[in-house]
Design a binder for this molecule. Structure first.
Ligand SMILES: [Zn+2]
Length: 266
């Protein structure tokens, strides 16, 4: 019998809890460790769509990247999204396990998946401001066959199946730093690491002006697309470890961020 505990432990073998940042909240967040798991659903977020899917389709476990509970919940009255969804999971007998910044850092986690999807070789740790002794960094650096920045941008958009992005491009691409999700503040670290290109998400206007000052390409392909790449890999790993359990990628989850194309001028 496979339990929530055995799956949680397997995920912690991949992404140890000690890799998580101090402010994070990873592991089993809802449910009981001894509960049996026959069907598990994987998603980036425990939002209304994925929680409803897990409950309605009879899943025993929801595995997400982003934790549903970051801050203390002082009551469960349905007044906020997290309160509503914790209640729905409990009523539906669905456990919730989240692997967040520990999975960002882990070998075979978010950033290795991102580097692999982009075709980076000679992949190594990205020594940025959050790098910690003895723990893989949040981010990776690697190389690609030298190419024009527009060609790399197009290749990356395809590889990540993004719904859009923003960029500052000024030079040819060879050495690339990646940081899945909101890693824009590592831009200077990417420059110091000798990278010509930094691909991440959640960039502000001033990250782009700094990229122009430094003379480094900055590509923002969205939080969802730069992290989603880890889910199919995590699913394959879990299927090998627990062949008796059915693992499924959420069919209802969508990137909540839309991208609008500018209207044609004139
Ligand atoms: Zn994220």
């Amino acid at each position: 019998m496979t339990t929530v505990l055995s799956i949680e432990q397997n995920l912690f073998d991949l992404a140890p809890g000690s890799y998580a940042m101090d402010w994070d909240n990873v592991g089993l967040l809802v449910g009981h460790r001894e509960a049996q798991v026959k069907k598990a659903l994987l998603a980036l977020d425990a939002d209304d769509a994925t929680v409803a899917e897990a409950v309605e389709e009879g899943y025993d476990l929801l595995i997400t990247h982003h934790p549903l509970i970051y801050k203390p919940l002082y009551h469960l009255t349905g007044d906020s999204g997290p309160e509503r969804r914790v209640e729905a999971l409990l009523r539906g007998n669905v456990a919730l396990v989240s692997m967040h910044t520990n999975l960002d850092a882990a070998r075979g986690g978010v950033n290795d998946a991102l580097a692999e999807a982009l075709g980076l070789t000679e992949v190594e740790d990205f020594l940025n401001e959050d790098a910690r002794e003895g723990i893989p960094s949040i981010g990776r650096v690697g190389t690609v066959e030298e190419m024009a920045p527009a060609a790399f941008l197009e290749q990356a958009c395809r590889a990540l199946d993004t719904n859009g992005g923003r960029y500052y491009l000024c030079r040819r691409v060879r050495r690339v730093a990646v940081g899945g999700g909101g890693c824009a503040d590592y831009l200077t670290d990417a420059y110091r690491a000798g990278c010509d290109t930094f691909l991440t998400a959640d960039c502000k206007y001033h990250n782009f002006t700094l990229a122009a000052d430094l003379g480094i390409n900055l590509i923002d392909l969205g939080h969802y697309a730069t992290e989603y790449v880890v889910l199919p890999r995590m699913k394959s790993r879990l299927e090998k470890a627990f062949p008796e359990v059915e693992f499924t990628l959420s069919a209802r989850e969508r990137d909540v961020v839309g991208v609008v194309a500018p209207p044609k001028k004139g």
